[in-house]
Design a protein around this ligand. Structure first.
Ligand code: PLP
Length: 432
């Protein structure tokens, strides 16, 4: 090449949640049936979409208007519906103009970091959801900056770590939270949100709260959205249809911008996001037109409640199996539909293995694990010996060795069998 055409952040773009599939497919081709526990798609796991929701989609698709472009910011009825919903809660007010639709939150995340000033950094939680951490790192051309979530304290954020990093790194301009969190299932208590808001106030930062799992909460404490407590801090709340309807194939998510006018720099940044969407024309029309019909239906509340109860049931069942397991820490999630398990410090080595009867597969694994992070090594052995495909925590930018599985399996017996197998394989691996 005449010039270097490689983006400065090219090496930062990783997404283990899908990358691991390539390895799983190789094993499958060698005859190992794979149990996909890697990706957060309830539909792929057999979740049935209620008929009344499908009726709402059918009715909307029958209207020719659903085939057209929508305004840059999104369908007005959908934005008005959301602003009305929020303004009824007594929280920071929001106008329909402060809502911007995207083709899924994946699109929103990409645009938010792409159009941030190159030197401005957003610090996020660790373990880190890779769409955020990769996009933020790629934007800066540097590794993502993160604050620790502590598995010894139910994954609550280490606020001293956050405060120190903000204090000593003046390029940090924003704080990201994911609430409920992926991959840990932690739900931020109100008090913790208030402390994060205090840090933002003190250092003049903006906040991003990815709340795509906001309606999947089943712990003891209620979900508190950042818009309820943000006060005067410039804030972006992210929501979407992928997980709660669930309709990930709709590619529909949106941002809600609070306190835009409180800071002219923040207002200009938000205008850039709208301008960027305008160049793209707009986001997909159909799901935006369906949204008010689904959200205003009296059956939606029950739908969300039943869904959360199912995830709670599975979180309880998994916790009962994993809680006293020596060698790992397995805090029970309180929201979203993931469960993260962490190995004790220094307990993993590159000599541990799992028995694999098929010689060809055993040989293939031995070659594949060379040089891998120790938790990924376990994950590869696990997949080869049991077929269970989970995601190593090293794939979430984490220094903690562990893995994430999902609470999506709808069949109780299969779910329990999967978790029991995980437990047995951990035991076998640690004692090998
Ligand atoms: C925390 C979080 N944010 C955003 C996304 C992306 O969602 P979407 O389907 O709207 O692109 C996911 C998907 O798993 C997620 O877990």
């Amino acid at each position: 090449m005449r010039n270097n055409i490689i983006h400065a952040g090219a090496d930062e773009l990783t997404y283990e949640i899908r990358e691991i599939v390539e390895f799983g497919e190789k094993l499958r081709a060698m005859g190992v049936p794979i149990v996909w526990e890697n990706i957060g798609d309830p539909v792929a796991k057999g979740h049935l979409v209620p008929e009344w929701i499908k009726d709402a989609v059918r009715e909307t698709v029958a209207d020719d208007k659903s085939f057209g472009y929508s305004p840059t910011k999104g369908v007005l009825e959908a934005r008005e519906f959301i602003s009305k919903m929020r303004n009824g809660t007594g929280a920071v007010p929001i106008a329909s103009d402060d809502i911007l639709f995207f083709n899924g939150l994946g699109d929103a995340i990409s645009i938010i970091y792409t159009y941030l000033n190159r030197g401005a950094r957003v610090i996020g939680p660790n373990p880190a959801y890779p769409t955020h951490s990769s996009a933020e790192a790629a934007h800066a051309g540097l590794h993502h900056l993160s604050y620790n979530l502590n598995p010894h304290r139910n994954w609550l954020p280490d606020l001293d770590d956050l405060r120190n990093k903000v204090k000593y790194n003046p390029s940090i301009s924003g704080i990201l939270i994911i609430n409920p969190d992926n991959p840990t299932g932690m739900v931020y208590p109100k008090k913790v949100l208030e402390e994060i808001i205090a840090i933002a106030n003190e250092y003049d930062l903006f906040l991003i709260s990815d709340e795509i799992y906001a309606n999947i909460v089943y712990g003891d404490a209620p979900m508190v959205s950042l818009y309820e407590v943000a006060g005067n801090v410039p804030t972006i709340v992210m929501r979407g249809l992928s997980k709660e309807i669930p309709w990930p194939g709709s590619r529909c998510g949106w941002i809600e911008v609070y306190n835009r006018e409180r800071d002219p720099v923040f207002a200009r940044y938000v205008k850039t996001l709208v301008d960027a969407k305008m160049l793209e024309v707009c986001s997909t029309t159909l799901p935006q037109r369906v949204l008010p019909k689904i959200f205003s239906d009296t059956r939606y509340h029950d739908h969300l409640r039943n869904q959360s109860l199912q995830y709670k049931h599975r979180a309880d069942a998994a916790y009962a199996i994993l809680r006293d397991m020596p060698g790992v820490l397995a805090p029970k999630p309180a929201g979203a539909f993931y469960y993260s398990v962490v190995f004790d410090d220094c307990i993993l080595s590159n000599r541990q293995t799992l028995a694999i009867a098929d010689k060809k597969i055993a040989l293939f694994i031995e070659g594949a694990v060379a040089g891998l992070p120790l938790d990924k090594r376990f994950v590869y052995y696990l997949m080869a010996s049991s077929g269970i495909c989970v995601v190593p925590l090293s794939g979430f930018n984490s220094e903690l060795a562990g893995f994430r599985f999902t609470l999506l399996e709808p069949d109780d017996a299969i779910f329990e069998h999967t978790v029991r197998t995980l437990m047995e394989k951990i035991k076998e691996y640690l004692h090998s």
